[in-house]
Design a protein around this ligand. Structure first.
Ligand code: HC1
Ligand code: SF4
Ligand code: SF4
Length: 616
């Protein structure tokens, strides 16, 4: 260890630490626009400037040397930081008052804290340059999921670091040199033609409003205010443990009842729970797995891959098409619920599908692309009807701009099963706009798609789909409930979690080998090993693109809390532990749906509405 004095206090840090680590160890906060908790620092912003033995140094890029004297706040350091921020401001638009991240922008906070005046504007992102190179526009809205406004970019590089080093997607990169240096998608082209899988992890780390979700909230507000449709909303498992952060509640707060109350106050006519269709997914996907294990004509290959995460589906379609037969044919819970609302619930309520709008609130940006897929429409019908589109990014056509979503649906025959997807952040924004507090008395979900089990909530965590599936498969095949419901082997934040469970099969026993893949970079490892024919063999593989699963999704509130994933994860486990029903096959509303509309899991009708196909 080395010992360093920070503002007169001695702290000791491990050898190899930086001055910034020492400052943090002394519990002193200094600004940084490029560093992320627990991650490699690009060192691009320089605003963590401090005085080290009388010399100005960027704390994140300076090794902590034994005996150094660090002062974090002197008039000279302040002036230096102010100057740097001034240069950034000179190159930044002045439309903060109407920017979507106004009030939640790290750059704006520093401009205010350091009282940085407006300087004459510089033209580093000049339109001239863009015209000359013409292969990129200032504001790229070609993706159905995310958008990039280069004028707002402060060139910190957090997004590049995240896309390359965390997700290992290598989609975002640096282009050009000097004054013209900017970030962009592959080959400095549009998002839609890149290999972006829409995970939105770059958005979660953007300190300003340069990268954002493709926003739907204005269209949803208009829908709620014009009242020309019956507006149904569904909420994903992971939203209830993160929305509180948007409302100023501590991380890890469970806000399910408040979420429902807020949606009702916003004017949604029916509030349903995606947890209901997560339970339904377990019935369909569990049956599919048992079918594949049994084998025989028409049974797909093992391992069965989960299909509820659209970022993962995008990766397979774009880069590993030979493994598409492994994907479960199940739609995601979001799309199952949309299909049931428009094709079963609406007719029962005397409504035409086009009289109803389905909005989802999701922790995810990729869900916007999933909802825009042409096969996810009324009448598109199951694995054999219509033609799937070619990959995530191609779904961009016509839906990137706000409001285009609904119209596009109508033109191509049949409205979309899910018309709009709001991120958790967008819902927070709508609530603030309408002055809806997070402290409303809790309300219950509406029936008949308002009951979800503890197993369904687990979907929000990495390992959750597996844990839910095992609870149901165990009981359905043995006739007894699992003696110990918690399946610890698949919990936690490790990259690849391996486990197995022994189930009765064909009069004997069969070990079902499971891999839970946490984060898309680990999925690539597993697929590359499968390609080479190396590595262990599995029967069931769960993949979630985002680290931690959907609780860490690209649409969740931005956070600088290093333990944010563990806090949200624990909140999910707490909901399950105290749930009255904890296994999907015990969901009475799911049983009722099979009785009155679908027959059995994997029936022809279930296939028509709840299953899909993929583009190779
Ligand atoms: Fe997810 Fe899912 S768990 S994919 O992360 O299967 O987004 O929360 O809603 O659809 O249920 C997301 C979350 C979500 C689906 C479910
Ligand atoms: Fe990379 Fe994901 Fe951002 Fe696409 S959405 S650019 S894959 S981090
Ligand atoms: Fe979306 Fe969840 Fe997949 Fe992330 S893990 S891309 S939030 S579905």
């Amino acid at each position: 260890a080395v010992s360093v004095t920070v503002n007169g206090r001695r702290v000791s840090v491990p050898r190899g630490s930086t001055i910034l680590d020492a400052v943090e160890a002394a519990k002193i906060q200094i600004p940084t626009l490029c560093k992320l908790p627990g991650r490699y620092t690009p060192g691009t912003c320089r605003v963590c400037m401090v005085d080290v033995n009388g010399v100005h140094k960027a704390a994140c890029c300076t090794p902590a040397v034994e005996g150094s004297f660090v002062t974090t706040d002197t008039p000279a350091v302040r002036e230096y930081v102010r100057g740097l921020l001034g240069l950034l401001r000179a190159n930044h638009p002045e439309d903060c008052m109407t920017c979507d991240v106004n009030g939640r922008c790290e750059f704006q906070t520093l401009i205010t804290r350091y009282q940085v005046p407006m300087l004459p504007k510089v033209k580093a992102n000049s339109p001239d340059y863009r015209e000359q190179s013409s292969h990129f526009a200032a504001h790229d809205v070609t993706s159905p999921a995310i958008s990039l406004d280069r004028d707002k970019c402060i060139k910190c590089g957090r997004c590049v670091e995240t896309c390359q080093d965390v997700q290992k997607m290598n989609v975002l990169g640096w282009f050009a040199r000097g004054r013209e240096r900017h970030i962009g998608f592959m080959l400095d082209s549009d998002a839609a033609v890149s290999a972006c899988i829409s995970c939105g992890q770059c958005v979660s780390v953007c300190p300003v409003g340069a990268l954002s979700e493709s926003t739907h909230w204005r269209s949803v507000l208009e829908l709620l205010e014009t009242k020309h449709k019956v507006v149904v909303v569904q909420t994903a498992p992971a939203v209830r443990v993160a929305l509180g952060e948007e409302l100023g509640l501590p991380p890890g707060t469970v806000a399910t009842g408040q979420l429902v109350a807020a949606l009702k106050a916003l004017g949604f006519d029916h509030v349903f729970d995606t947890d209901f269709s997560a339970d339904l997914t377990i019935m369909e996907e569990g049956t599919e797995l048992l079918g594949r294990i049994k084998g025989g004509a028409g049974a797909g290959p093992l391992p069965l891959f989960t299909s509820c995460c659209p970022g993962w589906v995008n990766l397979l379609e774009q880069e590993y098409p030979e493994f598409i037969p492994h994907l479960s044919s199940c739609k995601s819970p979001q799309q199952m619920l949309g299909a049931i609302v428009k094709e079963i619930w609406a007719p029962r309520a005397g409504l035409k599908p086009e009289d109803v709008a389905v909005v989802s609130v999701m922790p995810c940006t990729a869900k916007k692309g999933e909802a825009a897929r042409p096969e996810m429409r009324v009448g598109a019908g199951g694995p054999h009807g219509g033609a799937p589109h070619g990959g995530g990014a191609a779904a961009a056509e016509g839906v990137a701009e706000e409001g285009a979503a609904g119209e596009e649906g109508a033109e191509e025959g049949g409205s979309r099963h899910v018309d709009y997807v709001l991120t958790t952040r967008e819902l927070g924004r709508m609530m603030r706009l309408k002055g809806i507090p997070g402290t409303l008395p809790p309300q219950p979900y509406d029936s008949p798609m308002g009951v979800g089990t503890g197993a369904a909530v687990l979907f929000g965590n990495s390992g959750g789909v597996t844990e839910a599936a095992v609870r149901t498969l165990y009981e359905l095949t043995t006739g007894k409930p699992m003696p110990h419901l918690e399946f610890e082997a698949v919990r936690g934040l490790q990259g690849i979690k391996e486990a197995s469970v022994v189930l009765p099969s064909d009069g004997g026993e069969r070990e079902v080998r499971i891999a839970v893949v946490n984060g898309i970079a680990n999925a690539r490892k597993l697929l590359d090993a499968m390609r080479k024919g190396t590595g262990p063999k599995f029967d069931f593989v769960e993949v979630m693109t985002c680290i931690g699963g959907c609780i860490g999704g690209g649409g969740q509130p931005k956070s600088r809390d290093a333990d944010i994933l563990s806090k949200r994860m624990q909140a999910v486990y707490d909901i399950d532990a105290s749930a009255p029903l904890r296994a999907s096959h015990n969901n009475p509303e799911v049983t009722e749906l099979y009785k009155t509309a679908l027959g059995q899991p994997n029936s022809a009708r279930a296939h028509e509405l709840l299953h899909t196909r993929y583009a190779a």
